[in-house]
Design a protein around this ligand. Structure first.
Ligand SMILES: Nc1ncnc2c1ncn2[C@@H]1O[C@H](COP(=O)(O)OP(=O)(O)O)[C@@H](O)[C@H]1O
Ligand SMILES: [Mg+2]
Length: 259
């Protein structure tokens, strides 16, 4: 069991507010881990620091054996650590397929002019690129929507496209921030199946932030519980279900009863 992501003593302060305090945990390759906690616990901040969007105040992030603390987000994506956002980030007027192709370029080169060059030199239209687009459309089940402008997609499909865009960067690991938010029951079931397929068939490692407890308890092998920036517990779903501190701090909280 090799560790793919290691978070070691990570802290992030916003002025006087310690949003993440001395957080340590690791995620083994090929596993789905959960990061849960009430609103404001620091989950998204932890993702922002791990993915290089925000600098750490202190501590380390190691990915695939290398220190990635302080690297630019694009460099971290190229190393195989991709994230999906709470809000979908797509080019609304571009088609589903164009959005996926555009994201594939981020692993080749980052900047706008370089992408334009690649478009001109036809790398984007190569047979290899096309079969990769097909593979991704198939994995997320969006073949029927390939021509649709991203902005016209129903909400659940926009969320799927967000996952497809992350997959287009050829990741070894996905950080997913509330992928089930706003999805209906059937879409949640579908998302659960997709995450399991990503792990079992694509060999992906996943760190999942999710309020929807049924999904977390069903698919996460290990769960880290954050409260006010601090890890208060870590364990298997079974262990946490019976942990009084977790039940009190989070699972039993009435405002999460819907989740
Ligand atoms: N860019 C920011 N500047 C200042 N405070 C922030 C910023 N981002 C998050 N926070 C604060 O950090 C805390 C953790 O927020 P967040 O990471 O979004 O929590 P979660 O995702 O667990 O709901 C909250 O108190 C939030 O208001
Ligand atoms: Mg959040």
């Amino acid at each position: 069991m090799t560790v793919l992501l290691e978070v070691d003593g990570l802290s992030k302060r916003f002025g006087g507010l310690a949003a993440v305090k001395d957080l340590s945990f690791s995620v083994p390759r090929g596993r789905i881990a959960g990061l849960i906690g009430p609103n404001g616990a620091g989950k998204t901040t932890a993702f922002n620091v791990i993915s290089g969007v925000l600098p750490a105040t202190s501590g380390h992030v190691r990915f695939d054996g290398a220190e990635v603390t302080g690297m630019r987000p694009s460099a971290i994506v190229k190393r195989g650590l991709a994230r999906t956002f709470q809000q979908t980030t797509t080019y609304a007027t571009d088609s589903v397929e164009e959005n996926i192709r555009n994201a594939m370029l981020t692993r080749v080169q980052g900047s706008g002019p370089q992408r334009l060059m690649l478009r001109k030199t036809g790398l984007l239209d190569s047979a290899q690129a096309s079969s990769e687009v097909e593979r991704i459309l198939q994995v997320v089940g969006m073949q029927a929507w390939r021509e649709a402008p991203a902005g016209t997609l129903a909400y659940g499909l926009q969320k799927k496209l967000g996952i497809a865009i992350a997959l287009a960067t050829s990741p070894a690991m996905l950080l997913m921030d509330e992928p089930a938010a706003g999805l209906n029951h059937e879409e949640c079931r579908e998302l659960t199946r997709l995450l399991r397929r990503l792990r079992d068939e694509q060999g992906l490692t996943i760190l999942l932030v999710e309020h929807h407890m049924a999904i977390v308890m069903e698919i996460c092998e290990r769960i880290v519980v954050l409260v006010q920036g601090e890890k208060i517990a870590e364990g298997t779903p079974e262990e946490l279900r019976d942990n009084p501190a977790v039940v009190e701090a989070y699972l039993g909280a009435p405002d999460h009863a819907h989740a």
